[in-house]
Design a protein around this ligand. Structure first.
Ligand code: TRP
Length: 341
């Protein structure tokens, strides 16, 4: 045990981020935004808008990425992320990340990158076949730079990102071995404790491009319509027939948004027994969604009117992120002997 005067109470360093390819939706809220609100109180949190990473599979359409940086930043602020507590920044504005990527690229092989299961799945999903953009294949390296530049120890991610964390830690060990001492820090993935929110159509993932999402800026009417359209149990034809809870989108949403857990258990049992209609359930869910989204929508539209506040916040975040990333990059360059003058 160290004497009290030596013990340093250091908070974990968290790095997390999103590709800015569209405004955020309730799936993001449940999967990551809610936990970031907690983390900004308990950890030192860096949140990156991964515009460069988004370009790796949108190279021909840069405006899809650039136009959404502001949208996602608005979503962050509207949800209650606080730029005083979390460092929110834009990847392309921190060139140190690109420089660190270049150094990391020498210690990974093309075949290792091709074995990354997430990359493999994305290659077939996007139909790249053998024509894989180099930047795309290398994005796990760039993501490793994002994480290690801040010496992040905790990376909250979905399970599809676990291969990225493994790859990051391999790079950390290799780089430290070459440097002869610990310069970069290994990290751990923190998986969300709440199940992923399905799309309103019942598909496993809520996604803007699938057209089954409820955006964080949704109007009361849009919320209402989305809930009415929600997939339930197709065999639950009358109120009295027993209904199925599994795969029922309304119950998946109630799981995420119903504060009264006891009442939820009763609703589930009642639905299974029969005698509980979809419309009653949907009304209850709609009330919850309206009250969750309403303050977010209002803050969002208020801030959207004066974007200079958002721009200023990002400028401050970029500056803070740059100085941290520059310090790490400098350590690596010194350790490698890239410090001539
Ligand atoms: N790959 C993440 C996504 O697709 C975004 C991302 C970029 C990220 N860099 C990161 C996430 C670093 C965590 C840590 O959503």
């Amino acid at each position: 045990m160290q004497p009290a005067s030596h013990s340093k109470i250091s908070r974990p360093i968290v790095l997390t981020g999103d590709r800015p390819t569209g405004p955020l939706h309730l799936g993001h809220f449940v999967g990551s935004l809610r936990s970031r609100l907690t983390l900004q109180e308990t950890a030192e949190q860096f949140i990156l808008l991964a515009d460069l990473q988004a370009l790796t599979d949108n190279a021909g359409n840069p405006s899809k990425v650039t136009s959404n940086v502001m949208e996602v930043a608005l979503d962050y602020l509207a949800t209650g992320l606080d730029p005083e507590k979390s460092t929110i920044f834009v990847q392309s504005q921190v060139p140190e990340l690109a420089e660190l990527s270049v150094l990391l690229m020498n210690i990974v092989t093309v075949s290792r990158l091709e074995r990354n299961p997430t990359i493999k799945a994305e290659i077939s999903l996007r139909g790249f076949d053998r024509d894989i953009p180099l930047g795309f294949l290398a994005y796990p390296v760039s993501q490793a730079a994002d994480i290690t530049a801040f010496k992040a120890t905790v990376v909250p991610v979905g399970d599809d990102q676990i291969p990225m964390i493994e790859q990051t830690n391999e790079l950390v060990r290799r780089m430290n071995a070459i440097c002869g001492h610990q310069v970069l820090v290994e990290c751990a993935a923190q998986l969300s404790a709440v199940p992923r929110l399905p799309g309103i159509d019942g598909r496993a993932k809520m996604s803007k491009s699938l057209g089954n999402a409820i955006p964080l800026g949704a109007s009361p009417d849009e919320i209402s319509k989305a809930v009415r359209k929600m997939y339930t149990d197709p065999n639950h034809l009358t109120v009295d027939t027993p209904g199925q809870v599994e795969g029922n989108v309304v119950f998946a949403f109630l799981d995420a948004f119903e504060p009264d857990r006891h009442a939820l258990e009763e609703l589930r049992a009642h639905y299974r027994r029969g005698g509980l209609g979809d419309s009653l359930l949907k009304r209850r869910l709609e009330e919850h969604l309206q009250s969750v989204i309403s303050p977010i929508r209002e803050r969002r539209s208020l801030m959207a009117r004066d974007r200079s506040v958002v721009t200023e916040m990002l400028r401050m975040g970029n500056e803070r992120a740059r100085s941290r990333a520059a310090a790490t990059l400098d350590e690596v360059k010194v350790a490698l002997g890239l410090s001539y003058f």
